[in-house]
Ligand binder design. Structure first.
Ligand SMILES: Nc1nc2c(c(=O)[nH]1)N[C@H]1C(S)=C(S)[C@@H](COP(=O)(O)OP(=O)(O)OC[C@H]3O[C@@H](n4cnc5c(=O)[nH]c(N)nc54)[C@H](O)[C@@H]3O)O[C@H]1N2
Ligand SMILES: Nc1nc2c(c(=O)[nH]1)N[C@H]1C(S)=C(S)[C@@H](COP(=O)(O)OP(=O)(O)OC[C@H]3O[C@@H](n4cnc5c(=O)[nH]c(N)nc54)[C@H](O)[C@@H]3O)O[C@H]1N2
Ligand code: SF4
Ligand SMILES: [Mo]
Length: 704
């Protein structure tokens, strides 16, 4: 049996239960799966992040297990008909191995690329990174976390010397006297998280939300700042400007625990609140109230999420909020700090163990000779054989099939045809490949383009670990085995490595792979050496770094020092700059994109769940009624949103909750309603994060 899954119950047999976590977002809500007579039921389970709560997506997660759309056999593209047709595993694997060999013989090793996902377990992310480096021996691997966490990760590393989304347990939110959420809408993206916010407000704390839309989260806030998209950096600098003029800066903390404040002080001196009001649209009085609430309430937490981060200046924007937090002496204080809300189920662990272009397990750098030697030792290969760094996700996808770019791509856990920026261009690149392989549960829009599709197991059918938004390593547990014909990702990777003649061993047992991951991560920043399945089970999760099986784990970072060479956090002066694409007479409006409660990401999974489809049946374009009146658009009428890259069509949804100069579209749908046909592929120069959250568009009635 593969993957440590337990045998399925006999129909009518006694129920089998597994204590596990939701397959979707980084909150990783606790749930119990109960299988009775072949049917799997989701029951909420009390866990410190969700406290017994689940959102609609979690409640319905088991609906995909026996769904008619589920893939249960490999598919290969038929040379005659050009269509995907069922095939045996042997045929599918031979087709892949033959294709990989042909491409590499002709164009070299780097001509094959791998694209991973932040939903993969730690074991799978680790195996995939190892597979690229030692089985394919290509430098080209990156993953969808680049769309998600890369800007906050880069800013965190730069300032603190470590990238753990929340450097404290989520429950600390309940203790924050002031909570500032910038570009985060957890009421829709992580609903049970709002229980901690409710605690915070019930204890007399203040919630301040920064969002161009009055979201469900913003409506719960004591103060909502509604800036022009793409102006958060200036807003943060203005808050620090006010903190300086009002004498709120924690001088002792700055002197003892940080470096580089002088330059930041000089820079923010130029951010006069009145000027920043003109740029952001946020009144000076609200800026002052916010600065005061952060500085004088006796503790504050500042959180960013994708609204602030998915910009071509996302790293600097996060840095501006970190500067503010440091100046107020927040990081490392109980009930205070800066954190970023990680998005995908294993968004945190997925960025630690080697599926990132420049990274080896344990958050090690692939260019560091000592890191290469350590990991090569664990893998039993020569360090000189390991490739160097690849390129970030968009650069990789945009190079596919071009003369210098890879000619083959293997995708595990992403649906870039819907979720990549400037998606029509990416789709074209994928179509130009010699070989596209997609491992998925369903025929996603990306699988539809593949030469080979491999059916993979779902969360309820596999064991492993996930690292949630708090940096807490959790156990995913199988309640049943995969259906006949379906293999786990680990088994697929191991089989491919074997067929490709890899020197290093690849196992399909998650516990064994985790044991190897522990050794590979030992001594790294994200050190898992002291984490074991047993310890996770006994403690209900283990916070990394955890180098020692006999020593405590690390729920809170930075109490005494930062993991930088001198132990101090680093300020860095950053300046506002305009979005990569500004509005102009031809494209006079700003488009921003994001999420709705009942759909997840590219929608490949959740669009197939009937209850979620009923709750959120299709795309829409949010318009302010004043803007709609000017455009002559009625509620529900189809509109066309056009940018320099393409267009999307969807019904207008009129709401006074959005700024009149901005329109919003969710990105969960493909086809004519695909938001990413319109978005800009400008990327942050440091992180490679695309500018999903702002581009210039024109909106008109589709039937005009
Ligand atoms: N229902 C649901 N939940 C999810 C997901 C999902 O797809 N669906 N995905 C998961 C993942 S991977 C992620 S990354 C998280 C994302 O979680 P969030 O970051 O909370 O989600 P988004 O909707 O992308 O963006 C949040 C808000 O940013 C605002 N925004 C847009 N532009 C700007 C701007 O320039 N400045 C500011 N301050 N705000 C702006 C939007 O109006 C939006 O309300 O959600 C996770 N949870
Ligand atoms: N316009 C716009 N675009 C965005 C964003 C935005 O805010 N606006 N947000 C970006 C962000 S933050 C993210 S995270 C990305 C996400 O976008 P994607 O990377 O497309 O994420 P998913 O839709 O979760 O894709 C996961 C795919 O893998 C499959 N899958 C699920 N679990 C597994 C598994 O264990 N193994 C394998 N092999 N397959 C599996 C699913 O069925 C699905 O087809 O989208 C980004 N795109
Ligand atoms: S909030 Fe996230 S982890 Fe919790 S049930 Fe919903 S999707 Fe699942
Ligand atoms: Mo994400």
């Amino acid at each position: 049996m593969t993957d440590g899954a337990r045998p399925a119950t006999d129909p009518g047999g006694s129920p089998r239960e597994a204590a596990t976590h939701c397959p979707y977002c980084a909150l990783q809500c606790g749930m119990t799966l109960r299988e009775t007579g072949g049917r799997v039921e989701v029951l909420p389970r009390d866990f410190p992040t969700n406290r017994g709560g689940l959102c609609q997506k979690g409640w319905t997660a088991a609906d995909l297990l026996d769904h008619p759309d589920r893939l249960t056999t490999p598919l290969v593209r038929d040379a005659g008909t050009g269509q995907l047709r069922p095939a045996s595993w042997a045929e599918a694997m031979e087709r892949i191995v033959g294709g990989v060999r042909a491409v590499q013989d002709r164009h070299g090793r780097d001509a094959v690329a791998v694209f991973g996902g932040g939903g993969l377990t730690n074991e799978k992310a680790y195996a995939l990174g190892k597979f690229a480096r030692v089985a394919l021996r290509t430098r080209h691997i990156d993953y969808n976390g680049r769309w998600c966490m890369s800007s906050a990760a880069a800013a965190g590393n730069r300032a603190f010397g470590v990238d753990r989304g929340l450097p404290f347990p989520l429950a600390d939110l309940g203790r924050a006297r002031t909570l500032l959420m910038v570009g985060a809408n957890p009421a829709e993206t992580m609903p049970p998280l709002m229980r901690h916010v409710a605690d915070q407000q019930a204890a007399g704390g203040t919630l301040i939300v920064v969002d161009p839309r009055a979201t469900a989260t913003a409506r719960q806030a004591d103060l909502h700042l509604q800036p022009v998209p793409g102006t958060d950096l200036a807003l943060a600098n203005a808050l620090l400007h006010i903190a300086l003029t009002e004498g709120y800066v924690d001088r002792a903390y700055v002197a003892e625990r940080t470096t580089g404040f002088d330059e930041v002080r000089r820079t923010v001196a130029g951010y006069w609140p009145a000027e920043v009001e003109r740029l952001t649209g946020v009144p000076v009085a609200d800026l002052e109230t916010t600065a005061r609430a952060l500085a004088t309430a006796g503790g504050a937490i500042i959180l960013t999420a994708r609204g602030a981060e998915q910009h071509a200046k996302g790293v600097d924007t996060v840095t501006a909020f970190i500067n503010l937090a440091l100046a107020l002496g927040l990081p490392g204080r109980p009930g205070s700090g800066y954190g970023c809300l990680t998005g995908q189920g294993n968004g945190q662990g997925g960025r630690e163990h080697g599926q990132k272009a420049d990274q080896l397990p344990g958050y090690r750098s692939i260019t560091d000779p000592a890191a290469r030697a350590h990991v090569a030792g664990v893998w039993g290969v020569d360090a000189d054989e390991l490739p160097g760094p690849g390129v970030p996700a968009y650069q990789l996808l945009d190079s596919l099939g071009t003369p210098a770019g890879p000619k083959a791509l293997l995708v595990f856990g992403s649906n870039p045809v819907v979720s990549a920026p400037r998606a029509a261009r990416v789709e074209g690149r994928l179509r130009g490949l010699d070989l596209l392989v997609v491992a998925d549960l369903v025929r996603s829009e990306t699988a539809e383009l593949a030469d080979v599709v491999l059916p993979t197991a779902q969360w309820a059918e596999e064991d492993g670990t996930m690292t949630n938004l708090e940096g807490r390593v959790l156990r995913r547990r199988a309640v049943r085995t995969p259906p006949p014909g379906v293999r786990t990702d680990l088994a697929i990777i191991a089989d491919l490595a074997d067929r490709l003649g890899a020197k290093a061993g690849f196992g399909d047992d998650p516990a064994e792979v985790f044991g190897e991951l522990r050794r590979a991560s030992a001594g790294g920043v994200a050190d898992y050496a002291g984490v074991s399945y047993d310890r996770i089970e006994a403690a209900g999760g283990v916070f990394w770094p955890c180098p020692d099986a006999d020593a405590p784990d690390t729920p809170r970072l930075f109490a005494d020092a930062f993991p930088t060479p001198d132990g101090r956090a680093r300020f860095r002066a950053v300046d506002h700059r305009p979005a990569a694409e500004e509005v102009c007479p031809d494209y006079p409006l700003r488009l921003t994109t994001g999420r709705v409660l009942a759909q997840y990401q590219s929608g490949a999974q959740t669009r197939r769940v009937a209850a979620l489809r009923r709750a959120a049946p299709g795309a829409f374009v949010e318009l302010h009624p004043d803007l709609a009146a000017r455009l002559g658009v009625g509620d529900g009428e189809e509109v066309r949103v056009t940018s320099r890259r393409g267009e999307l069509r969807a019904p207008a949804r009129l709401t006074p909750t959005i700024r009149p100069d901005t329109v919003f579209a969710p990105f969960h749908w493909g086809g004519a309603a695909r938001a990413n046909s319109v978005t800009n592929d400008a990327v942050d120069p440091i992180s490679g994060m695309p500018e999903f959250k702002i581009c210039a568009v024109r909106v008109e009635r589709a039937q005009a």
